[in-house]
Design a protein around this ligand. Sequence first.
Ligand code: PHE
Length: 456
Amino acid sequence: MEQSSKGKFDSNFGFLMASLGSAVGLGNLWSFPYKMGLGGGFAFLLLYVLLLVIVGYPLVLSEIAIGRKSQKAAIEAYYEIHPAFKFNGVLQTAVPFFLIAFYCTFGGYIMKYLVYSIMAFGGKEIDPGAFFEESLLSNGGSAMIWMIIFLALTVVIVLGGVSGGIEKFCKIAMPALFVMLVVIVIRSCTLPGSGEGLSFLFKPHANEAGFFETIKLAGGQMFFSLSLASGCLIAYGSYLDKKENLERDAVFITVGDTCAAILAGMAIMPACTAYGIEPGAGPGLLFISMQTVFNNLAGGKFFGFLFWLLVFFAALSSSIGLMEGGISAILDSRIKAGKSVNRFAVTLIMGVWALAGNTLTTLDCLGAAPTVAWFHLLGQPDVLDVWDAVAEGILMPLTGLIMAILIGWVVPHYIDDEVEKGSNFKSRGFFDFCIKWLGPIFMALIVYGQVTSFWG
Ligand code: PHE
């Protein structure tokens, strides 16, 4: 059976939008702005950019090149590079299974806010704190329904196939997301009192956490935000045409994701400080702080709707990326076994898993409901953190490190011929140095940092 029977992107633009879609998600919206603010403002940004250049770019380039060279998703791609490293592909393919187990729960919350932001035009206003608490956290039934709708949407788009579903959706959603984000940034940064939020974000200040702590914080964020070591970029790379310029594409994905994160900070933080709202991080930042802003803002109904729509696009395109990373790997093993490529059946299997995982996460109500407390494993306070600790805390940084060792030391120059198909690999010297030396050193630090942040 032909590998290409899994599907192909119709264009490089489609590949870029799908990859960016997987990258830009909750990590950009609710973690980055807060980490940047707390982590030292502009100083954090500089460090983050440094990590992007020496770890992020080489890993993105490696993943899309590995995918395109092997024409396979993570498990079989690693097997092809070196049979002894197949386990790394298996571990990376496990990542989306863990992440999707909470992603759709938040996707569901976001959909509910989006629908209510539309109803607000008809005069129905919500009290953000009470709404979040009563209609989602203490109402597992309602949250379940929204989660299922979000998951179903993810499944429907993925079932549409690589070019017919994923590419089509991301080609519209991602440009729209950026336009909406810029509109909200302009609104937010022109509010009286917004300066404080901007200086929280950008003003360099001493960071109590110290240099190494900050590297760990920034590094963990980078892995999650760029969708690294999750099988997603390898799968997307395998659907890309051989003539495309991988160096340029890797730069685009790395820079695009970071721009989205910075813009998200500029949309969120100034608006919060303008209304004297403590920004914080995580779910509360979006579902309570930002909704409070929109309730007070002139034109808040319109901006609230735009905001929830962009958050919805960000979450959905990431959820699609997660699902495809898993599906593509399973389809490969069927192809290898000489079986037919049945995207429908495999998508359903992944969908059922996502439903089971998210049912636990949703009913847990962010740790508030005693019913699923038995699943607060690994010393974590809630179900969300159980999934996240395994994926973000261990698997992503560790398998990223193993990949760098593989490409830097075990089979050096493995991706060279693939990159050279679309460019003259100008960054080769730099890439080699980073993947061999700087990357592993920093990644070892990131592994240590992630483990201590979940179990410290
Ligand atoms: N990058 C996404 C975010 O920032 C999460 C994600 C990770 C998506 C891995 C796909 C694969 O939210």
